[in-house]
Design a protein around this ligand. Structure first.
Ligand code: SIN
Ligand code: MN
Length: 214
């Protein structure tokens, strides 16, 4: 790989500062426009009844936080159809996957907006189609704004974990044997993002392939 990157585990690669400031600004504006639009941000309530510590909007297909299934409409929120996934967003994920020698044809992007108290518990991304999980089609994560303390561990919850600071413009690709690693966000470090983005907090986009059929 000729671009700066760190392989944290086989198939789990951090791409620091992959995106230029201009690209970050465009993506951040696009996400804010969608999030502030009519089918925009909401705070998901998970199966156990707790509220997530992020605002979310799913593009291309909706991830239902109560059923852990993908669906066309936001069945756990307002019933509206998920907004489309703009090709300009998908193109960034395809570039990141290719940069580490992987392939992704994204049909879903979950956009999370973290405020100063935002975090995300340890979990696996395993609601996509089984064939994509088995073949290790990667998840591509793009971070914008404030830096997050991203935690990634093993295939069981109790395995040893590593902290990777994800800063604005960074990519993180986890596929192959790392596709089902537990991961989460321990904290977001306020006011660490580039002021030029005009973004308070952090945006994270995770691109995925293979939402399960309804
Ligand atoms: C996620 O795992 O869905 C989000 C990860 C992140 O915000 O970096
Ligand atoms: Mn995840």
């Amino acid at each position: 790989m000729s671009i700066p990157c760190t392989e944290v585990y086989p198939g789990a690669v951090h791409l620091p500062r992959f995106l230029s400031l201009g690209e970050q600004r465009e993506l951040a504006e696009r996400c804010q426009d969608i999030g502030n639009g009519p089918t925009g941000w909401y705070v998901p309530t998970v199966r156990g009844g707790g509220q997530m510590r992020v605002r979310m909007v799913c593009l291309g297909c909706h991830w239902n936080a109560r059923t852990y299934r993908y669906e066309a409409r936001r069945g756990d929120h307002d019933g509206r159809p998920a907004p489309p996934l703009p090709p300009q967003l998908s193109a960034v994920a395809v570039r990141m996957a290719e940069a580490v020698g992987m392939r992704l044809s994204p049909d879903v992007c979950i956009v999370n907006y973290y405020g100063a108290a935002g975090k995300m518990g340890l979990h696996q991304d395993k609601d996509e189609r089984p064939d994509t999980l088995v073949s290790g089609v990667p998840i591509v994560s793009v971070s914008l704004g404030d830096t997050a303390k991203f935690i990634i561990g093993g295939l069981t919850r109790k395995d040893a974990k590593t902290m990777v600071p994800l800063a604005s413009g960074d990519g993180f690709v986890f596929g192959g044997p790392s596709r089902l690693r537990f991961h989460g966000v321990a904290a977001v470090l306020p006011h660490t993002g580039p002021p030029e983005l005009g973004l308070e907090g952090r945006l994270n986009l995770t691109f995925r392939e293979g939402p399960s059929p309804p």
